[in-house]
Design a protein around this ligand. Sequence first.
Ligand SMILES: [Zn+2]
Length: 77
Amino acid sequence: MSCLICAGRAETIDCMEGWEERFCSQCGRYRMSQALVLTLMDQGQIFDTGQMRRWLEAQRCAVPVPFIDAHQALLAQ
Ligand SMILES: [Zn+2]
């Protein structure tokens, strides 16, 4: 599977229903809500990869696997 943030190669990790978990060599490990994935696909939007990686890095000080839903999505303009 590919990374939901940078579209690079990523490992898919089983997690709870409604979420996608990936381990990307560039972005690290994160969980993203399936609703957000579908919304982005629907609207043809993509993440701002650099900003998302910085956000994830900051989150990892507090939680090992950050959750990303619509409130956290930093999108490319
Ligand atoms: Zn990635």
